[in-house]
Each structure stands twice: as structure tokens, then as C-alpha cells.
Design a protein around this ligand. Structure first.
Ligand SMILES: Nc1ncnc2c1ncn2[C@@H]1O[C@H](COP(=O)(O)OP(=O)(O)O)[C@@H](O)[C@H]1O
Ligand SMILES: [Mg+2]
Length: 403
């Protein structure tokens, strides 16, 4: 089992997927931008070979992979910008797995919604627009409030809710650098994920998490400490329609093997609406949270699914697991953390991870990375208890910057 794995060292969670591939017995060759000496020890140990090559130069990647002389049985990528490259390489090299057209539909938000809609599933009323003129025409049909977002965006970047003509003009001015947008009906409600590891289109593993608040609100207000919580009880009747939608979306998309990360909305009247789906794992440490939810290792089990069409992870859900992202007050370097010791004294035994930036470290951009200035992860079998601890982390822990 020879596996070519794209970008094995970056983003950081790819290191664990690389390890997982080696653990299930694959011979793993990495290809990525990182110089070979910059690979972390875990990645170096897991790789049988490494090709350093800019992933943005697809012809060069193909030439280098051909030059390696290795016959690959799988080509995998879990980092959104290069999921299409992996599919293109499979086609060029005759390797089984997701084809380019399918990968494009997991990335282009209009093709995606057309596929889901064609299966009779509920998507927001939507249009593709390339010019201001087209955006305005779409808005005339959709009405306010509406959403403007890049056709292949991520992390809520360049995404705007517009409530009236003035807000629309402001959003148009801010999205001039975006060549194509999706214009959508604004769906009010709660927002969830539906994550799977699929084997031949069927989930061998499933997860649902809830965002508090919705990602666009979290990304528009720096003072918020966003919470994402995996839900222990997938049999909760409130989730049934969303999970059913998720399963139908997998069929509509023509999913094969591997991770998916979908988002869906639940309106106050209970109606569920498709948001988006990626043919990759979720970022922002959600895979870690899924592992904490079931005390399992989905990095390794994803690898087993794509290599051997087998899954041996634990699916039993033991906990709700919440991550709380913190954003410091002030600019520059972190100067102090307040409230962490008291928080640990109260909830330490439910805390499974804590990676808040320490004094002296420069702040991260909260707009560019959801992880912001670090995070706390707590878990508990009871959902209300989990949320109470998560809320306490938003109010009782404060990071200051200013150095
Ligand atoms: N039609 C919509 N109605 C309401 N909120 C939306 C809509 N589309 C996007 N959003 C908000 O914007 C966020 C980012 O949009 P999304 O389509 O998930 O793109 P990204 O790839 O950036 O995550 C969503 O998580 C949601 O909070
Ligand atoms: Mg999203």
C-alpha cells in the first residue's frame, strides 16, 4: 500500500494523519512546500519518502511524482486548498479515489448546492455572481437579508450578511478582490456540523458538533470567545433531521472514501437547511474533539478507512467535548493570563487540553485563524454541564496583550 500524502507537515493536524497512515501499514511518501529538514520528527519517522515541491505548481508536482518511480495505490489530501490537486493527480496517474469533477463540487459552493438541490434537498436560495451587476440582480430575487461569500472560501473570510442596500454597497466594496461569489438567502437559526469518515460513500463514523455562536458572528466580533461542542447524544430528536440530511447529501455528492465536514442550519421552526460540505476533515481541532468524545484515534482510523476500507475506531460516544477559543485584549505580545488557575481548580479534572498563548508570545490574527490566541478543551458526559464549563471559560479566563 503506497500512499502519496499531500502536505504531510502543514497544517499541524496533518502530522497526525501522516502518522496514522504509517500505523496502518502504508508506505507513505509526502509531497509539500516544507523543506525536508523542517519536517517535525513524527512526520520524518512516518514517511518513507518526501518530495519538496510547491503544491501550487501542479505540473511540477506531477513531474516530480512521476520521477519518484513509485506506483501509488492512494493519493490523499485533507487540506482544503489542495483537495482538487489530489484528485487531478489521481486522474493523471490512474489511481483510484475521488475524481476531479467530484472534488470540484466539494469546493465550488454553487456546483455543490446545485448537486444537493438536484437530489431534492433544502439549500438556501442561491445564485452565482461574477460582477456587481449580477450580485444586485441576485439580491432582487432573493431579498434581504442575504449572504455574500466567496465561491471557494473558508473560515468565513470575505463573508458578509447584508440587510439593506447600504450594507450591500459596503460588502461589494470589501469583496472587489473576490472574483466570484455565492449570493444566498440568509438562513436564521442554529448551526451544526456533520462529520464523517466514509467507506465507499457510507459513514463508518459520524459526528455532530454545534457552534456557539454561528461562525460568521464569531468572526465578526473580536470580543467573543467562540465555542464548538461535539454532541454526545446523536439520538437526540433535535438532530435527527440534520443527520438524515447529512446522509442524503453524501449520496448526492457521490462521496467515496475518507473524511467529510458538512455544516447545516436548524431554523427555529425545526426545518433543516444545507450549508456547505468539504471533502476533508474539519480544522480548528475538531478531529481532536471527536477523539476526546469517544476516546479513540480518528487520525489512524481515517487512514485505515482510505487504505483498507476498514474502521476499528470506537464509535460509542462517552462525552460532549467543548473547545473554547480565546482572544486577548490589546495588541502585540501576551502579557498575562487571568483566571486560568481558578478555572483549573474548579474544572481541571474535566479539562483535556489547554494551549493558551503564554506571556511573551505574539498574538495570532483572530481573523486568519479560528484558534486565535489559544484554547481550552473540556469534556463531560452531560451536555448542560459541558456548556456550563465552556461558558465559564469564556467569561472567567482573560488574556491580555500589550507588550
Ligand atoms: N445562507 C446563509 N445563511 C446564514 N448564514 C450563513 C449563510 N451562508 C453562510 N453563513 C454564515 O457564514 C459562515 C461561513 O459560510 P460558509 O458557507 O460556511 O463558508 P466557509 O467555507 O467560509 O466556512 C457560516 O458558518 C454561517 O455562519
Ligand atoms: Mg463553513
Amino acid at each position: 500500500m503506497n500512499v502519496l500524502f499531500l502536505s504531510p507537515n502543514y497544517p499541524p493536524e496533518m502530522r497526525d494523519f501522516t502518522r496514522g497512515l504509517a500505523e496502518v501499514g502504508a508506505r507513505v511518501v509526502g509531497v509539500g512546500d516544507t523543506p525536508a529538514q523542517g519536517l517535525v520528527p513524527m512526520v520524518k519517522e512516518a514517511l518513507s519518502g518526501y518530495i519538496q515541491c510547491p503544491l501550487t505548481d501542479k505540473d511540477r508536482v506531477l513531474a516530480e511524482v512521476r520521477r519518484s518511480g513509485v506506483h501509488f495505490d492512494r493519493i490523499e489530501c485533507l487540506w482544503e486548498p489542495f483537495v482538487e490537486l489530489a484528485a487531478w493527480l489521481r486522474e493523471q496517474l490512474g489511481v483510484p479515489g475521488m475524481r476531479l469533477a467530484t472534488a470540484v463540487s466539494f469546493r465550488d459552493k454553487e456546483i455543490m448546492k446545485q448537486k444537493v438541490e438536484a437530489a431534492g434537498l433544502r439549500v438556501p436560495y442561491h445564485f452565482r455572481a461574477r460582477t456587481e451587476e449580477e450580485v444586485k440582480r441576485a439580491i432582487e430575487k432573493i431579498g434581504f437579508p442575504a449572504i455574500l461569500k466567496p465561491i471557494a472560501g473558508a473560515g468565513s473570510a470575505d463573508t458578509f450578511r447584508v440587510n439593506d442596500g447600504a450594507e450591500l454597497d459596503a460588502a461589494l466594496a470589501k469583496t472587489r478582490h473576490v472574483s466570484e461569489v455565492s449570493v444566498e438567502e440568509f438562513i436564521d437559526g442554529e448551526e451544526f456540523t456533520f462529520d464523517t469518515i466514509c467507506i465507499q460513500g457510507k459513514p463508518a463514523y459520524m459526528n455532530v458538533a454545534q457552534y456557539h455562536p454561528r461562525p460568521l458572528i464569531a468572526r465578526s466580533n473580536e470580543w467573543i470567545s467562540p465555542i464548538v461542542v461535539t454532541l454526545r447524544d446523536l439520538n437526540d430528536p433535535k438532530l435527527a433531521a440534520g443527520i438524515k440530511l447529512g446522509l442524503e447529501v453524501l449520496d448526492a455528492m457521490g462521496m467515496g472514501d475518507g473524511f467529510t465536514h458538512m455544516e447545516w442550519y436548524r431554523k427555529p421552526n425545526g426545518e433543516v437547511v444545507f450549508g456547505e460540505i468539504g471533502g476533508r476533515s474539519a480544522g480548528g481541532h475538531l478531529v481532536d474533539q471527536m477523539n476526546y468524545t469517544s476516546d479513540t484515534d480518528l487520525f489512524r482510523e481515517w487512514a485505515r478507512a482510505v487504505c483498507w476500507h476498514d474502521f476499528r475506531g470506537r464509535s460509542e460516544r462517552l462525552y460532549n467535548c467543548a473547545i473554547i477559543f480565546k482572544r486577548a485584549i490589546g495588541e502585540g505580545r501576551i502579557t498575562r493570563i487571568e483566571g486560568l488557575e481558578g478555572y483549573k481548580a474548579r474544572y481541571g479534572r474535566h479539562m483535556v487540553d489547554e494551549q493558551l498563548l503564554r506571556p511573551g508570545t505574539p498574538r495570532r490574527s483572530w481573523l486568519q485563524t479560528l484558534v486565535s490566541d489559544g484554547f481550552v478543551v473540556v469534556r463531560h458526559p452531560d451536555h448542560a454541564a459541558t456548556m456550563q464549563m465552556a461558558r465559564a471559560a469564556t467569561t472567567d479566563i482573560t488574556l491580555y496583550a500589550g507588550g
